[in-house]
Write a protein that binds this ligand. Structure first.
Ligand SMILES: Cc1cc2nc3c(=O)[nH]c(=O)nc-3n(C[C@H](O)[C@H](O)[C@H](O)COP(=O)(O)O)c2cc1C
Length: 252
């Protein structure tokens, strides 16, 4: 690697088991959160809110609601990143704008980009501090219960969650999962749709055993993820979030 940032980008991997003897200090958490705020943000509007979950009962509940992942409850730091137009909507009203338009789908996607980019700054800040992190995509599930648990208003929506803590020795030694080859993921000047042969080559390129190649890995992915009940729940929940967002269903 040619420099420290590139080295750390390549070394980072998800950490799901945390060293109980190495807590995250108050100062470290502040640095992580300040790193989030340093991220690029559309129009410098800071279209996100970070929920710092310190209450163990809420962590326990999130571990259940986010597809039953017990390690969430063991993480020293749990951060939920909301795409958030509520702050601006309320500011428009407070500033005297007469009936401001309500946020729509495009606004949501822009705010979601802001929130995820801020989250990724935290991931790399953690890496630089010898802390590990793991995204929790399942924070998109059970939206109604999560909205109530975290008191989330209509024009805000969780788009990412991070568990953070010091990696155990076993986690440090774990192999980083292999990606698809560069040429499969980078297309020059427009999208080049892959045919069956190129797809088989792409999947086989990262197989570490015969059982993990093509079509086995694809069939396993279809069965374990694409057709799973948790992905069905995620899609139901996000449709409900979008309804709530676009229609302002619970707007006071
Ligand atoms: C959007 C997103 C959602 C994820 N959700 C989960 C999750 O719910 N639980 C989990 O254990 N890991 C989750 N991960 C971590 C991925 O499994 C991990 O990034 C992937 O396997 C690649 O491994 P690496 O991060 O160690 O390089 C998520 C990652 C991303 C980017």
């Amino acid at each position: 690697m040619t420099n420290e940032i590139l080295r750390q980008l390549h070394e980072r991997k998800s950490v799901r088991v945390y060293d109980p003897d190495r807590p995250v200090t108050v100062e470290e958490k502040r640095q992580l959160l300040e790193a989030a705020l340093a991220a690029p943000t559309a129009g410098c509007m800071c279209l996100y809110t970070i929920l710092d979950i310190t209450d163990q009962e809420i962590k326990d509940r999130l571990a259940v609601l986010c597809d039953h992942q017990p390690f969430i409850a063991t993480a020293p730091v749990v951060l939920v990143f909301l795409a958030d137009w509520q702050r601006w909507y309320d500011s428009f009203v407070a500033a005297g704008v007469d009936a401001p338009r309500t946020p729509a789908e495009g606004d949501l996607f822009l705010a979601a980009s802001d929130a995820v980019i801020a989250a990724q700054n935290v991931v790399m800040a953690a890496q630089s501090m010898n802390l590990g992190s793991c995204y929790i995509g399942d924070v998109l599930e059970n939206g109604e219960q999560i909205a109530e648990l975290l008191n989330i208003p209509s024009y805000a929506m969780p788009v990412a969650m991070l568990c953070i803590g010091a990696p155990t020795q076993q986690q440090k030694l774990r192999k980083k999962p292999v990606r698809f080859p560069l040429e499969a993921l980078v297309h020059e000047n427009g999208y080049h749709r892959a045919g069956p042969e190129a797809l088989a080559t792409m999947h086989s390129a990262r197989a570490d055993s015969e059982k993990n190649g093509f079509p086995e890995a694809v069939l396993a992915m279809e069965r374990r993820k694409w057709s799973s009940t948790f992905m069905a729940e995620m899609n139901r929940s996000v449709a409900a979030w979008m309804n709530r967002w676009v229609k302002g269903e619970v707007q006071g």
